[in-house]
Ligand binder design. Structure first.
Ligand code: BMA
Length: 355
């Protein structure tokens, strides 16, 4: 380390779940491990794909967050729901070719990319939110396993297609089957058993790594808010299949309730992360329509800054009644700029220095 810049990371001693992980994935892990030493990174879902009142048609590169704060997010969330169906665009109408370009640009400019996946219910063919039991059908030996394999082949094609202009792999934090402790997704609590969930994770992992040779992924296990440790670990597929721990923590009730939820859940996540020696993050969150003016500093940062998370990612700016980031003229914009100015809150210009 001696003569290197303090930001330069080494991936030499890293052990990832995927023993054949490529260098890009190892370096990404090293970068992620570095972040909590300085603070936490700000992330936004679909930051550059669209925002309030605009949609990227391929001719522009902007983000609501950058328009408010002057800097882009350090972490970029993208979503591949409907890739499994072979569609050209995802469930939120983002074209997959455009997404690839936006991922390339996010990576090239020094950002970190994480991908979520809301696959349709494989049995009923309805959305991810159709809780009809499906997991046992797609596991090895299940009648729909061949179909599921074809789905994963499409996911693998997309992941393997993420390359820089020079043809180097772009590393991704992959976050499948999230919020499994809730009951709203077909892979969620009550819609399959914890054992089935674990098999689903392990078999998906094996298909991606062994069968389809995807080696640019870090695997992130992320629950919704939990009541206790047992609930967090109930579905956990095992240390050998997970690189990063996460939780999705939304502000849905009172401010006091959210502060308590952040404190309790992130303290628990920190404890588990430290025990396992894995980095951890608030993988989704936010207050819909950011209706509290000083929310970023007084509600969010105040309760998450000392927890050791690598990042906090806010959900998409989709519609006037469904957005979690600020945009020009939005009520919390002024406070967002204060939040951005905090030394320990890392946007793209800081995250890109960790390399
Ligand atoms: C949810 C909502 C949906 C969206 C999905 C996947 O939380 O934002 O509108 O389809 O995420 O991005």
């Amino acid at each position: 380390m001696s003569c290197k810049s303090s930001f330069e990371v080494s991936s030499r001693k890293l052990s990832l779940s995927d023993k054949e992980a490529d260098n890009s994935a190892k370096l990404l892990m090293a970068r992620i491990q570095e972040i909590p030493k300085m603070g936490y990174a700000f992330g936004h879902q679909d930051a550059t794909a669209y925002g309030m009142g605009w949609k990227n048609d391929g001719s522009l590169y902007k983000s609501d967050v950058a328009e408010v704060s002057g800097d882009f997010p350090g972490i970029y969330g993208f979503e591949i729901g409907h890739i499994e169906l072979g569609h050209q665009q995802n469930l939120d109408s983002v074209n997959f070719d455009l997404m690839t370009k936006l991922i390339q640009k996010a990576h090239k400019t020094g950002g970190i990319v994480t991908i979520s996946w809301h696959p349709n219910n494989p049995v009923t063919k309805k959305s991810a939110w159709d809780p009809s039991p499906a997991v046992s059908e797609i596991l090895e030996g299940g009648i729909l396993h061949p179909k599921y394999q074809a789905w994963i082949a499409r996911v693998a094609d997309f992941m393997n297609g993420l390359k820089t202009k020079k043809g180097k792999p772009i590393p991704i934090v992959f976050r499948p089957f999230h919020e499994m402790n809730g009951s709203w997704f077909w892979w969620g609590h009550g819609n399959c058993t914890p054992e089935e969930f674990q098999l689903l994770w392990q078999q998906t992992y094996a298909l991606l790594t062994n069968t389809y040779k995807v080696h640019n992924l870090l695997y992130c296990y992320s629950s919704d808010a939990v009541k206790n440790r047992e609930e967090y670990l109930r579905f956990y597929p095992g240390d050998a299949y997970v690189d990063i721990l996460g939780m999705d923590l939304y502000h849905k009730e009172s401010t006091e309730a959210y502060e308590e939820l952040l404190q309790e859940n992130l303290s628990l996540l920190a404890t588990i992360g430290k025990e396992k020696g894995k980095p951890y993050a608030m993988t989704e969150g936010g207050l819909n329509r950011v209706t509290v003016e000083n929310w970023w500093t007084d509600v969010l940062d105040k309760n998450i800054a000392d927890k050791g998370i690598a990042w906090a990612l806010f959900w998409r700016n989709a519609w006037p009644n469904h957005y979690f980031g600020p945009f020009k003229g939005q009520k919390s914009s002024e406070n967002f700029r204060k939040f951005k100015a905090l030394d320990h809150v890392l946007f793209l210009s800081e995250v890109k220095k960790i390399r």
